[in-house]
Design a protein around this ligand. Structure first.
Ligand SMILES: Nc1nc2c(ncn2[C@@H]2O[C@H](COP(=O)(O)OP(=O)(O)O)[C@@H](O)[C@H]2O)c(=O)[nH]1
Ligand SMILES: [Mg+2]
Length: 219
């Protein structure tokens, strides 16, 4: 039986993290790794108090955090690594759908969100994600929700991904690397709710994401 390791990137997620940890424990994951980008709120304390493995990242950004995780954690080929945001926007109840697809022989699985529209900011993010995901489809002839924060990987697959992203271009990097390495990839629908706490994503990140996709296809 593969172990299931949850990986939660955080930057000041004291509002969402307790619910994320409780949800993952209810799913009986074997380990919860919180990869923290030097939070100044109670995030690190919450991780420690709840028995999570805490990795303090080098550098700034979600991508830099992921690279620190890859560098500092001893990955096991056959284990499953499920990454989800620390802002309580993803449902832990969807985790078995992701692991079932890994069981079925896929190397990488990503969650596709039914996007909600509660604020102007959401409208903006949704439009950006729609354009980015359409671009991905044109470049790689596959469908995916590029900016999703819900992913599943086999350890053996994670070792093959040459991630260079530092920021919110991480997901675009994960996808283009998955395509380029010829890994078995599947998308599954996941529930997406408004986050707790403040989003760190801005329009500036959209430009980085587009660059990552285009470079990933042609470079
Ligand atoms: N480790 C780490 N995580 C980060 C960093 N910046 C953002 N995150 C986390 O990445 C996830 C996605 O960020 P979020 O602001 O929710 O972006 P959105 O979901 O696209 O609005 C959240 O769990 C953040 O706490 C960072 O610099 N380092
Ligand atoms: Mg989020």
């Amino acid at each position: 039986m593969p172990k299931i390791v949850a990986v939660v990137p955080t930057l000041n997620e004291e509002r969402g993290l307790p619910a994320v940890i409780a949800g993952l424990k209810a799913q009986h994951v074997d380990e919860i790794v919180v990869v923290d980008g030097n939070s100044t709120d109670k995030t690190q304390e919450i991780a420690r108090r709840n028995g999570c493995t805490l990795i303090l990242q080098d550098g700034k950004g979600k991508g830099a955090g992921f690279k620190s995780f890859l560098a500092k954690y001893a990955l096991r080929d056959d284990d499953y690594y499920v990454m989800l945001d620390g802002d309580a926007s993803y449902a832990s109840e969807d985790l078995p759908k992701i692991t079932a697809l890994l069981d079925a022989g896929n190397d990488v699985v990503s969650g596709s969100r039914q996007l909600h529209l509660t604020t102007i900011r959401d409208a903006y993010h949704n439009l950006g994600n729609y354009l980015i995901s359409t671009l991905f489809s044109l470049l790689f002839w596959r469908v995916a929700d590029v900016c999703t924060g819900y992913w599943g990987f086999k350890g053996s697959a994670l070792k093959k991904l040459a991630i260079t992203a530092d920021s919110f271009d991480l997901e675009a990097d994960l996808l283009t690397q998955t395509m380029r390495q010829g890994l078995r990839f599947k998308v599954t629908p996941v529930t997406y709710s408004p986050r707790l706490g403040e989003s760190k994503l801005t329009a500036r990140h959209g430009v980085k994401i587009v660059k990552k996709l285009v470079k990933g296809r042609f470079a």
